[in-house]
Design a protein around this ligand. Sequence first.
Ligand code: ZN
Ligand code: ZN
Length: 67
Amino acid sequence: MKKRGSHKCLRCGKETAYIEPCDYCEPKRMVCASCIKSSKTASKIDRKVICKDCWGRMPKRKAYKSA
Ligand SMILES: [Zn+2]
Ligand SMILES: [Zn+2]
């Protein structure tokens, strides 16, 4: 039986009520709060999320910081 309102993090496999897509994974992965390294709102509609894996990769980290 499937639980409602539960999502699986694609990075650590943990089940959690709240996950967000990492904007820097290719393809995008849904990650839980503890796998998200940082997130910010670049504009009113554009929210950027970066996971811990992408944070460890310089080109992606730079892309996040300049977004
Ligand atoms: Zn996770
Ligand atoms: Zn990522």
